[in-house]
Design a binder for this molecule. Structure first.
Ligand code: SAM
Length: 282
């Protein structure tokens, strides 16, 4: 039996038994594998780092999408940076107020491969007429577009390789410039138990740019190390403090079915343990 060892953390890691290798390819940007595992079903990794699995992807995709979407309450134009597996897009298209979705993914092979071998991730969302799919570096796009957005979701790889630029001050500044009044920026920001400096660095940069910048937490089994922090940044100070009653009304009106997200979990996710708060405040 083949074994897949994740290469993310010095001195510690997780291994997956590979029941079946589905796809392996070196794209112009990264090394892509998809394999089958008895616990997580199909698993996708890029450059040796777990990106998503069929068994637990709903947790991450629901929380990175619905927390800002329901807090905002009237999304019309959204931007996804990365997200090549289609999970964020699948959750976003469920919001009926949305008129346009722009997705900027650097690697066409990730999209093509995930559409074929992880079809439930996008679940047909790549055919949604509201989608404008752009194959480009997210940094290039946000620094040159004149489009404006109510929500920007950075669903990128870790800050190594092509994803590194998506954790830079210039990227955050360019995203801020692309946000409409009251718009929200969210991003995956790693597992602070193993990537503490990544959290402190992002926090410093975002706090210097946005009126309200913090993080919310979600534990995704295949992102090993406990709570993953998701970045939250907006100049609208009030929307993070939305009441559970208002969230519940919006959630019920949307008739969106979720398996992890609830209005109570939404608000609770912003309550983080002491060690993470200390990393956020630097
Ligand atoms: N959920 C995963 C996580 O938390 O690590 C991320 C999944 S998604 C597959 C990450 C995507 O970011 C990949 O498809 C990758 O090609 C894309 N990506 C990396 N760097 C990028 C860049 N500079 N611009 C646009 N997309 C990028």
């Amino acid at each position: 039996m083949k074994i897949f060892r994740e290469a993310l953390t010095q001195g510690y890691g997780q291994t997956f038994s590979v029941n079946k290798m589905i796809f392996e390819h070196k794209t112009p940007h990264q090394h892509l594998v998809i394999f089958e595992n008895e616990r997580f079903a199909r698993v996708m990794a890029l450059d040796g780092i777990i990106q998503t699995t069929e068994r637990d992807e709903f947790i991450y995709h629901e929380m990175l999408t619905h927390v800002p979407a329901f807090a905002h309450g009237n999304l019309q134009n959204a931007l996804i940076i990365g997200g090549g597996d289609g999970g964020i897009l699948r959750e976003l298209v469920k919001h009926k107020t949305i008129q346009t979705i722009t997705q900027v993914e650097i690697d066409q092979t990730v999209i093509d491969t995930c559409r074929e071998y992880l079809p439930n991730h996008s679940h047909g969302a790549f055919d949604d007429p509201r989608l404008d799919l752009v194959i480009d570096d997210g940094m290039n796009f946000v620094s040159s577009t004149n489009r404006r957005f109510d929500l920007i979701i950075s669903d990128c790889t870790d800050p190594v390789g092509p994803g590194e630029v998506l954790f830079s001050t210039s990227f955050y500044q360019a995203c801020k410039d692309c946000l409409r009044e009251g718009g929200i920026f969210v991003a995956q920001n790693g597992v602070p138990f193993f990537q503490p400096e990544e959290l402190t660095q992002s926090s410093k940069k975002l706090q210097s740019l946005f009126t309200d910048s913090t993080f919310y937490g979600v534990a995704v089994p295949s992102y090993v190390g406990g709570i993953m922090t998701l970045a939250w940044a907006t100049d609208n100070r009030s929307i993070r403090h939305i009441t559970v009653d208002k969230l519940t009304m919006r959630f019920q009106e949307s008739a969106i079915e979720t398996h992890y997200y609830t209005p109570e979990v939404h608000l609770a996710a912003f309550s983080l343990p002491g060690y993470i708060n200390r990393l956020i405040s630097g």
